[in-house]
Write a protein that binds this ligand. Structure first.
Ligand code: ATP
Ligand code: MG
Length: 453
């Protein structure tokens, strides 16, 4: 995979280092150049270095640059305490309580600066022994090596040293990067138990990088998957955004289903997929994910509301069908079913209110769009959520859930002038008064309709 690494390896085997010493790859032997690092991250590291501190680029920044990819963000690790970092940068804010991080603000970019974390970083009070703002001995902060082994995967624990532009590897990350392997550092089960979100990160990175999970990393992930149910719902929402809005939603979704993570996090959706024999709900979901990936590739905006509306659509739709069979109106049944599913989903993942409001509107829009008569079509067209609702309906039409006559009609209605719009409405005729939502007949609602309710 990497010719540069192979070359280095040949040099290195002639000069073996001791087991605990890190592998250090000099600048001349690796392809990461200063020019590929964001100016702001470089600025932060140089200022730390000039003040006498160690400063390294770490995490996804180094990993992605070594893979020839464009990093999403740049994280810096240092032996300067957060307070010292704050002194060095005017545009800096400290966040976090137990383990404090420094965020250095630039226009359009935040550089996260983390002080080396020690072995017991989760328990201490952050008041260890420091000298001139440099960590000496501490139960929260630690050495570079301690920082490395506390990270999640070996490929995420590579450091780029601003002092001599070398790459430092304590955990075998370079080998794993070379072989396309995602390997959790340390005792796999213990590390997942410590933080079950690492199981989601494993799936996310595997999908994004096209890496395979090392066998123990994979076995423990399957074994301990249920621990995800204990992660705070707000944190899970943040993780879901990283998983589905990173441009690899389809691969991530498929891996999540494969490892049973999807059923733990979205039990209602998983149930409704299992209940459905006809195949289009899964088609719809995959299309929604593919659509999200495409928009991100084209630098178009994506909203979490649209994606979550898509994920929960099938359970909402199934419940709405049942409510209709019991005599509730279509619009009301969608609203009631939507509320109910959002309520259940909240136990696993808490979607912020500003998004659930939009999700409800996108769903209601599915019932408004078929009602085109008279002023209704105009009201729908001017609705703030029209565009999202219409895009949502296009996906449903693409997966065979909605008659394409309806989606084509709306596509045209937006394009034509006022006069043609009037003609289009006139052409609908009285027969179109009914909803044109069409699905293949299903057994369940029919059976319900015949039972007394
Ligand atoms: P990307 O930014 O491309 O999503 P990343 O690897 O940079 O990937 P971040 O979430 O930005 O991921 O985290 C930065 C680094 O912090 C990681 O590479 C890893 O070394 C460390 N890290 C993040 N989350 C955890 C965790 N839950 N457990 C251990 N280490 C973590
Ligand atoms: Mg990152």
């Amino acid at each position: 995979m990497f010719s540069w690494l192979k070359r280095f390896w040949e040099v290195r085997t002639q000069d073996p280092q001791s087991a605990s010493a890190p592998v250090i790859i000099p600048r001349s032997e690796h392809p990461v150049s200063r020019n590929s690092i964001s100016d702001n991250a470089a600025k932060v590291m140089y200022r730390l270095k000039d003040a006498g501190f160690a400063a390294y680029l770490v995490g996804g920044g180094v990993r992605d640059l070594l893979l020839g990819r464009e990093p999403k963000d740049f994280d810096v690790a240092t032996n300067a305490t957060p307070e010292k970092v704050k002194e060095l940068f005017r545009n800096c804010r400290l966040i976090g309580r137990r383990f404090r991080l420094a965020h250095v603000y630039f226009r359009g970019e935040i550089i996260e600066v983390a002080t080396f974390r020690g072995h017991h970083g989760d328990g201490g009070n952050g008041e260890g022994e420091t000298r001139n703002g440099m960590v000496v001995r501490d139960n929260v902060y630690g050495t570079l090596e301690e920082d490395a082994v506390r990270r999640d995967f070996t490929v995420n624990a590579l450091y780029y040293n601003i002092k001599d532009y070398s790459i430092v590897d304590y955990t075998g990350g370079l080998d794993d990067l070379q072989n396309g392997v995602l390997r959790l550092i340390g005792d796999t089960r213990q590390r997942y138990r410590e933080d079950p979100v690492r199981m989601l990160r494993a799936v996310r990175f595997a999908a994004k990088l096209g890496f395979r999970l090392e066998s123990d990393t994979e076995a423990a992930l399957i074994e301990l998957g249920k621990l995800l149910a204990d992660v705070p719902p707000a944190r899970l929402f943040d993780e879901m955004l990283k998983m589905f809005l990173n441009g690899h939603a389809v691969a991530t979704f498929e891996a999540m289903r494969h490892y049973n993570q999807f059923s733990i996090l979205f039990p209602q959706t998983e149930n409704s997929l299992a209940r459905e024999e006809q195949g289009f709900p899964i088609t719809f979901l995959l299309r929604a994910m593919a659509n999200t990936d495409r928009r991100i590739a084209e630098n178009k905006p994506v909203t979490p509301a649209f994606l979550f509306a898509a994920i929960l659509w099938e359970p909402v739709r199934q419940l709405a069908d049942e409510l209709q069979a019991e005599g509730m109106s279509k619009l009301q049944s969608l609203q009631v079913a939507g509320d109910k599913m959002l309520d259940k989903q909240r136990r696993n993942i808490s979607v912020p209110r500003r998004f659930t409001l939009q999700m409800r509107e996108i769903w209601s829009m599915q019932e408004r769009l078929p009602q085109r008569f008279g002023k209704r079509a105009y009201r729908t067209l001017n609705h703030p959520r029209f565009r999202a609702g219409y895009d949502f309906m296009l996906l449903r039409a693409d997966s065979g859930e909605v008659d394409s006559e309806l989606s084509d009609w709306w596509t045209r209605f937006q394009e034509v002038d006022e006069l043609q719009r009037e003609e289009m409405l006139a052409e609908l005729g009285p027969a179109q008064r009914k909803s044109s939502r069409r699905r293949r007949p299903r057994k369940r609602p029919a059976a319900r309709a015949s039972s007394p309710s």
